[in-house]
Design a protein around this ligand. Structure first.
Ligand code: ZN
Length: 406
């Protein structure tokens, strides 16, 4: 697989104009970016698709929208994972069913828009699909699921979602669920890591060739998953805790265990996960107030009330503009993982349309800036190709291959 990859990299792709490369670049970074197979393993764009306020086949503007097919082409992004995301709510039968319905809607919408713009993009399910689609000049749209909440406690739903094209499940989100503990649940641990049901879910995912995503899960749950999984696992959008001290990020011990397991950490572009926030600003306080509402009152609010809060959140940028981290801050995380465990275990997962976005990488069209920064720091073309796609597709291929051998 790696060999086929190298051949395809040499063939290169026909990618449209970039706006990401700044003046003074000698074109080296652009050429390297064009030749690499590039994948972003996490965005929350299906949320906007379901709300009906995004035409993904037309060019939109950041910060309102950060991903669409034309801007993917502009930014030389060959593949992306659209996440069917559901927020964690109290685990009643009714809420679980609503999450199940919403996740299905997001998946259906993803198929719908890819069919609508079939000349631009196609739903992909196998690792090798990206090569075929890249040659055809189309974006490969893979489907992931962020939060296992829609599964509830019904194991057969894992296969049901696999059959609908879902190729990874982020086991939980901001709070604990029936599968495992979250890294950010204010109530703390409930299962001491992975639950008994969660163990069955991981085994089932291994059996199907579905990737286990360890982003969002607690440290203990992470170590449980690594010990249990028969194939390498990955973090679809997580950064380095030694740099940005957020529980959502991974410690050195976790990154070492992930590398030993053969997996990959896909560094997230969300500001607080890239750089510690300045806690002395008014903006920070206002954000904390809204976060408090999100974590304590959200589940009992009506849609109208939620929209008021969402509007306040969106309005923060106008009232209290934020000093976002830069691509240079971001590449510090890639450097850190490279020095800690090697360049084979790090990749890119933006979290665009779910909070991700940097000062100089506000949307998919600006992703070549990451390549430019890596070139500036002396990364070789081989290393850059690994970070942009080879590492992730190695993990994906191993998960699939293990099932074929069963
Ligand atoms: Zn997330």
């Amino acid at each position: 697989m790696i060999k086929a990859f190298t051949v395809l990299l040499a063939v290169g792709g026909l990618l449209a104009g970039f706006k990401g490369f700044g003046e003074g670049q000698d074109g080296k970074a652009e050429a390297i970016h064009r030749r690499a197979i590039t994948v972003d393993t996490h965005c929350d764009t299906p949320m906007a698709l379901v709300r009906g306020n995004l035409d993904v086949g037309k060019k939109n503007e950041a910060p309102g929208s950060r991903v669409d097919f034309p801007r993917m082409k502009e930014g030389g992004l060959d593949a992306i994972f659209f996440a069917a995301f559901t927020g964690q709510r109290p685990r009643t039968a009714e809420n679980t069913q609503e999450a199940y319905t919403l996740a299905n809607k997001m998946i259906e919408k993803t198929y719908e828009v890819c069919a609508q713009y079939s000349e631009l993009a196609e739903v992909a399910t196998a690792p090798e699909d990206v090569f075929r689609l890249e040659k055809e000049g189309k974006r490969a749209i893979y489907i992931g699921m962020e939060n296992g909440f829609p599964i509830g406690t019904e194991l057969e739903r894992v296969e049901e979602f696999y059959n609908k094209g879902v190729r990874y499940i982020t086991l939980c989100h901001s709070s604990n669920n029936d599968i495992c503990d979250s890294s950010t649940d204010i109530k703390g641990s409930e299962h001491n890591g992975l639950s008994t049901f969660g163990k069955q879910v991981v085994k089932e995912m291994n059996r199907l060739g579905m990737l286990v995503d360890v982003s969002h899960i607690s440290d203990k749950a992470f170590f449980d998953v690594v010990e249990l999984s028969e194939v390498p696992v990955f973090a679809s959008h997580s950064s380095v805790r030694a740099i940005a001290h957020h529980n959502r990020n991974m410690t050195d011990e976790m990154i070492k265990a992930l590398a030993k397991n053969g997996g990959v950490i896909q560094i997230c572009l969300l500001d607080d996960y890239v750089k510690d926030p300045d806690t002395t600003t008014v903006r920070y306080q206002k954000e904390q107030d809204l976060r408090e509402i999100f974590s304590s009152q959200w589940s009992s609010m009506s849609e109208d009330e939620k929209e008021v809060v969402r509007k306040k959140w969106r309005g923060l940028d106008d009232l209290y503009p934020k000093q976002l981290p830069t691509v240079a801050d971001y590449v510090d995380h890639i450097d850190y993982v490279k020095k800690l465990v090697g360049v084979d275990y790090v990749g890119i997962g933006s979290d665009f349309d779910g909070g991700g976005g940097l000062a100089d990488c506000a949307d998919v069209s600006e992703m070549p800036n990451i390549t430019a920064e890596m070139v500036k720091r002396g990364y070789t073309e081989e290393e850059i190709a690994k970070v942009w796609g080879e590492n992730f597709f190695r993990v994906f291929t191993e998960a699939v291959k293990a099932t074929a051998n069963n």
